[in-house]
Design a protein. Structure first.
Length: 161
């Protein structure tokens, strides 16, 4: 199987996983997060398919962290309620982290093998997005697993005693 067919399969699998994860998660911000990242993966799939067809493609600059920040700003009230993540929710975020890590490594390999500047630019942008997706999932996983400790470290609280 050639590299672009593998990329197509990876993106298709990611879309399916994030769609199912959004449907199953009980955490409202998590649902929106999975839906937002699924849209990114759909855009990746369209780019890969166009590349496979030899069609010209345009790679826009997308910043998943900004999109997720908007999700969190819109849902801040719900997020501040006591979060009770299920084991399934946490597992979905762990799987998401693994999928993004694999995608990141795969696109790094493709970038190293790319022959044109346009392909290298494409893979670099995909790498950047996959890194941001990974960080989003890792941070959310940490938040859901131990909300109090997350606030202490992520918000740099000072522990007074």
């Amino acid at each position: 199987m050639n590299a672009l067919k593998i990329a197509k399969k990876m993106e298709t699998d990611a879309i399916q996983f994030y769609t199912e994860a959004a449907e199953k998660t009980g955490y409202p911000a998590g649902k929106k997060m999975f839906e937002t990242i699924r849209k990114d993966e759909q855009r990746h799939l369209e780019i890969v398919v166009n590349l496979m067809k030899g069609m010209d493609f345009h790679v826009e600059d997308v910043h998943p962290l900004k999109n997720i920040k908007t999700v969190f700003e819109e849902m801040k009230d719900e997020m501040m309620d006591k979060v009770e993540a299920t084991t399934d929710d946490l597992e979905a975020f762990k799987i998401g982290m693994q999928m993004e890590k694999e995608g990141l490594e795969f696109y790094k390999k493709l970038m190293a093998e790319a022959t044109s500047d346009k392909e290298k630019d494409l893979y670099q942008k995909l790498i950047n997005e996959e890194e941001q997706h990974y960080n989003i999932f890792a941070n959310t996983y940490d938040f859901l697993k131990d909300t109090g400790n997350w606030f202490m470290w992520e918000e740099y609280s000072i522990v007074e005693g």
